[in-house]
Design a protein around this ligand. Sequence first.
Ligand code: AMP
Length: 279
Amino acid sequence: MIIARRNTEIREIVKSKKSNGNSVSLVPTMGALHEGHLSLINLAKANSQFVICYIFVNPTQFNNPSDLEKYPRTLETDIELLKDIDCDCLFAPDLDCIYPDNFDCEVLPSKTLSAPMEGLHRPGHFAGVCTVLAKFFNIVDPDFAVFGEKDFQQLRIVEQMVKDLNFPTQIIRAPLIREESGLALSSRNQRLNPSDRKLAAQIYFALESSKQLFLEGETEVKKLVNQVQTVLAQSPDFELEYVEITDENLVAQTDAKAGNRIFIAAWLSGIRLIDNLKL
Ligand code: AMP
């Protein structure tokens, strides 16, 4: 596997691959890789001839300094995992390659798509995401970029950014991958102790039980949301931040329809977890 650390290096690599007729995919990550990330890389491999995974813990998308500080960084293990699945290239630039001292620009997200949920509860988060992705898209110039439905709001915002700002990159959606318990895989799960990790699977159970109610004919969003709240209220350790049901454009619904998604953000022992499920 090629490991590139500088912008000029990755540009040269991509230029040479493209000139040989290879299509190039980019899989953006913040590292601490797990099976969810690896599924994105496998999807990229199925769609293109040369796959680049980038690992960059982007400070501008953290609205909470302690979350940034505690974010797991496991580069050596990540490199082994990437080699094991035959990823072609890792791009792992240092902070100053992406944010030099005089860096002073910002790419703002779609106003509509970034208004609810993560955008509301994490001010500035999506501007940080759009800024760093615009930079990586310009540095790498990939034909494809793969994003997970785990962060569905982010995925929709990236799709809109690419369309509105004419990036010549096609966005590929990857399904959300769960542990056997149902817990959505996340780098932040590493920070959960074993008993909290077990408890965290209740988030999925709560979403599933709401979906079950919907499948039995209940469409009133208030009742479906209440079902999630009731399940999670059984454990005092959860602190709910939001539960919402929206359509594909992230518009909150009052009457749920098939294809809508139910979204949740909840705190457990100081760790913020998000999940979503298609109805
Ligand atoms: P992150 O490293 O958390 O920034 O995530 C990098 C990419 O991996 C994003 O596109 C995420 O949506 C995706 N991802 C993270 N966890 C999962 C998961 N459990 N299933 C599918 N994709 C995921």
